[in-house]
Design a binder for this molecule. Structure first.
Ligand SMILES: O=c1[nH]cnc2c1ncn2[C@H]1C[C@H](O)[C@@H](CO)O1
Ligand SMILES: [Zn+2]
Length: 329
């Protein structure tokens, strides 16, 4: 049933969602060394194993796909294929996210990197019944100067596909204050703000992401459940949670799906949405992600409509796109 329903994906990393065949083909075309050219071996190197112990370990899986995401043509192709995969499972709107800084290894400029991804997305939109926007992320493993560069490079693409800024990668306690200035700049330029927080570290980071960085949406945020101040603030300010349960189980942010705070949040009228995080690394698509949660919490179509409409309200699309998305359900 869920496969046929219209869907919205608000939290999906480009580099975590590359097709294995594409990794092999691009590596061959561009003479890039890979540990293996066999799909099965690559599969085991990219997909996160069950015994993964942490977010840090999960994040090591991204080195391999990023090796082949260093040319304009591969970035364009991978963005196109992500939308193609989404369209095939009836995702009608996706906000793709990635960190442009990770794609400079062979000399591309940040502008060229962002433009190539947008080209792939726009090409797919012409062919498939799907719309999209792009969120550019700053890696928390990189300097504040690099974050400023990313924000500045993306400025000219605002209203041409880029809609928001994100902070991603490892999550240390108290990271928000470090990135306050570049995120302030981003907001003043017109970027919307979503921040990964309360995933690998505490709910206090969620509080800071809202208070210090002006986050309107929180990536994951599952540890908000343990920090009353963050929970109450998120509720009062109608902050939206981009929840990715499969990824949370894999990074051991929670022990199993039954412990996921999604349904408690939902019942308490917190604004929750469901996404995949990383289709290849987490080995999941949105249909299956929703299936797991709907089975776990015995949810039905009415509840699906509510979550879908949460995503329509929360997405960073223009009002025409939102009207179209509302008409589909
Ligand atoms: O769930 C996540 N939390 C924090 N960082 C993440 C997550 N999934 C992917 N990333 C990182 C690894 C990627 O290389 C980067 C940009 O997409 O974002
Ligand atoms: Zn993420």
């Amino acid at each position: 049933m869920l496969r046929k329903l219209p869907k919205i994906e608000l939290h999906c990393h480009l580099d975590g969602s590359v097709r294995l065949n594409t990794i092999i083909e691009v590596a061959k075309q561009e003479n890039i060394e890979l540990p293996s050219f066999e799909v099965e071996t690559l599969d085991s190197l990219i997909k996160v194993p069950e015994d993964c112990t942490s977010l840090e370990e999960y994040l090591k899986r991204f080195d391999l796909p990023n090796k082949i995401m260093q040319s304009k043509s591969s970035l364009k192709r991978i963005a196109f294929e992500l939308l193609e995969d989404c369209a095939r499972e009836n995702v009608k709107y996706i906000e793709v996210r990635f960190a442009p800084s990770l794609h400079r290894q062979k000399g591309l400029s940040l502008e060229e990197i962002i433009e190539s991804v947008l080209e792939g997305m726009h090409e797919a939109e012409k062919i498939y019944d799907i719309k999209s926007n792009l969120i550019i992320g700053c890696m928390r493993s990189m300097s504040v100067e690099e974050a400023f560069s990313v924000v500045n490079a993306g400025e000219k693409y605002l209203n041409r596909g880029v809609v928001a800024v994100d902070l991603c990668g490892i999550e240390l306690e108290g990271f928000a204050s470090i990135y306050k200035e570049p995120i302030d700049l981003a907001r003043s330029l017109g970027y919307r703000v979503t921040i990964h927080a309360g995933e690998g570290a505490s709910g206090k980071n969620v509080l800071d992401a809202i208070n210090l960085l002006g986050a309107e949406r929180i990536g994951h945020g599952i540890r908000t459940k343990d920090t009353n101040e963050a929970y109450d603030l998120a509720k009062a300010k109608k902050i939206v949670f981009e929840m990715c349960p499969t990824s949370n189980v894999q990074t051991k942010a929670i022990n199993n799906f039954s412990k996921h705070p999604f349904y408690n949040f939902y019942k308490d009228d917190m604004l929750v949405t469901i996404s995949t995080d990383n289709r290849t690394v987490s080995d999941i698509d949105l249909t299956n992600e929703l299936n797991i949660i709907f089975d776990e919490f015995n949810m039905g179509i009415e509840e699906y409509s509510k979550i879908y409409l949460n995503a329509v309200d929360a997405c960073f699309a223009d009002s025409n796109t939102k009207d179209w998305l509302r008409s589909l359900i």
